[in-house]
Structures are given as structure tokens and as C-alpha cells.
Unconditional design. Sequence first.
Length: 385
Amino acid sequence: MSRRDRELVESGAPYRRTVVVAAVLSVVAILVAVGAVAVVLFRGSDTSSQADAKACRTVTWYAVPSVSSLPAGWAIASTRFLVDVLTTTLAGPTPSGSTQGPTAFISISCYGTDAQLAFARDRDSAVGAGSTDLSVPQLGDESAAVTSTRTVSNTIFVRRGILVADITAPTTVDQAILQSVAGAVDAAMVQALSASPRPSSTGASPGAVASPAAAASVEPSAIPSLGPSPSPAPVSHVAPDLEALLPKTVEGAAMTSQSVSGTAALGTDATSQSLISSLGKLGKTAADLEIAESHDVTGALQVRLFAFRVNGVSGIDLAAAVVTSWMTNTTQTPTRSTVTIAGHKLTKVGYPQGPADYVYGNASVAFDVETTDETLVAKVLALIK
């Protein structure tokens, strides 16, 4: 499971990483903030029907940008499909004399009727965290952009109907390239929101809809008028007792929690498959894994918390498996080190941009503190039950 979600974090909003942080969220565009990872794991607390929830999820999943619409030399490196969040990592061409090309991180979330509010909070939270506004051409129903000297990255925010996208890349990536990527994302959101079915890449009948993964390689067709907006998917609480282990408040900020099963969080990407393989060696499957997450919905507090549990597996062993899975992420080249904070020996997983993850395990649960501010780690550790 890719670190995004998660997404990058520099947006200052809830980190956009996929679950399992970086596996569960590359979290977080510079968490999701990247994470994400996520990636937000879930959006909204609406109690609308399951049909509407599925519709919101489906719209999000079909918003994968077309490969042919990306800038020359850019390709999709990984994509995660979570409840109502889509996270995608893009890889650019490798410059001459270099061993690695640039990357960009995309997080698209379905907020239903709260989309305008979510868009505003994305931009305002980023500015509140020290980013400054950038001027970019108008995209979507509304758009904005910021640059952050703290994370050395630029982010473009785009709202199209009920969808909100964050597109983040290092400042070394030309702004024209980032704008081109944002345009591709906007076009994908328009088509996803279309009342017409997406063209199939499998040769099926015109009425059939391609899977999200297959749709990523399909050239967008003419864009018809937008259909009705589905309601946001409800928050998931498959493991409320695991959520209860995470603090309700941190530094005076209220934390919103949710939880999901491993079958919902893990996919076919390298990090997910690594974790699934590790679970198999322990006699477990993805279905045995439970993941809880909490964050400050206002985005003011730069921290996101995760708890992982598999009955019959020690938290120490599970923490090691989670960290090992993240190290398979060759796109973001994470680094691993051991640190001691507030008497706890933790594994720190750092990335070239965005937040770091501080992981440790006890007898039954593995915990991860994802943050750009290491001083918050000790405070969080004192609050975890």
C-alpha cells in the first residue's frame, strides 16, 4: 500500500495518505498530506443510504487521470482505491545524469455537499501552516495553489462538483508541468462525474463500465453534462475498541477517528503485497488486520495517528511488518532509523518530503505517529492508551 494518501501533507489539511499509512495512507500528497497511504482515509459522517455511499465511492474511483493526458514522459507509478478516496503517485522522466525522476502526488476525495467547505479548508489550512499563495490558471469549479518552503513543494487544489483534489510536487518540478497534471486530474473528475458510463478498455459492450484500474489507461471521451451528486460515504468503525486506544484530543485539538479492515485497506501495490506476505508468514491474512486512524479535521494540527492490530500477533512483530512493507516503496525512497523518544524506542521512517512516521509496538498493537513536527511525538505517546 503506497504511502500516499496518503497523501502529501503540506496542504495542512488532514494528511492525505492511504491506510497502512504510507501504507495507510503517500497518507496523506505531502499528507496526505504527502500520504498517502492517503491518503483522508474516510470522509464525512453522513448516514445516507448504502446506495448513495457506493455512488460517492464509485465517482471517486473513476477519477484516475488518463495516462495520455499527462505531461510527456510522466506515468502512473501507483494508485490506491480507498473508501471514498483515490490516491495516485506519478513518476516523471529521469533527467540525464540522475538515477531518479521527479514525482507528483494526487489525492482525490468525495465530500458530497461539504466539498466547497473542504476545498476552502484545504487552502486555508495550508496558508495557516506557513504556505503562501501561487497564481495558477482557473481549473474546475474553483482552484487555488500554494507553495511551502517548509516542505519545499507546491500544491494545486481543485474542486469539481463533490470532488476535491490536491496535486503536490517538489518545487523542482516546473509549475507548468504541475499545472498540466492538475488539468489532467480535473478532466478525469469531470468524466467521473459524468452521467454517462466510462468507456470500457476490455472490449465490452458500450454500456459496460471499465474497472478503475483499467480506466486509468482509457482516453477520456467527450465530456457530457454532470449528473446528480451522490452523498458522501459514511465513516467506517469496524474496530471501535481499537479507535479508543487513540487519544481524543491532542494539544487541545479534537481528533476524529475511524477504522477499517485490512481487506479494505490493502491492494495490489508492492507495499500492500509485502504486508500481506508478512501476515501470511504469521499464519494470518489481510482480513485479520484491523487499522484505526485519527486526525484533526481542521488540519491545524500536523499529526495523524494509526493503530494496527491482528489477533494472535504481537504489536512488535506487526510494527516490524508494517515498516518492512513501507520500505518496498521505491518511488519515494523512504529511510529507516531507530530513535528514542519519551522512553520509547521507535522506528522512524522518513521521506524526502512530507511527514515522517514514528512506529512502535506493544504486546498486541502497533502504533504509528505521522507528523512533520517531531516535538509532538512525545506528547502523543503520553496520551496513547
